[in-house]
Design a protein around this ligand. Sequence first.
Ligand SMILES: [Zn+2]
Length: 53
Amino acid sequence: MAICPQCEAEINMSDVEKGDIVYCPECGIELEVISDVPLELDIALEEEEEWGD
Ligand SMILES: [Zn+2]
C-alpha cells in the first residue's frame, strides 16, 4: 500500500519495483516508484525534452 502524493489516495500495488511507473486510480496521475521498501511514490514528471530537431 502506498499513498498518492497528489491526492493522498491509498494505492494497493503488488509486484512493483523501484523505477516502475504506476497510475493513481483516484486522480489518474502518473507516479514513479521511488522506493520499494517501504513503498513510496513520487509524481512522475512528463519530460519530453527533445534535443536537436
Ligand atoms: Zn492520486
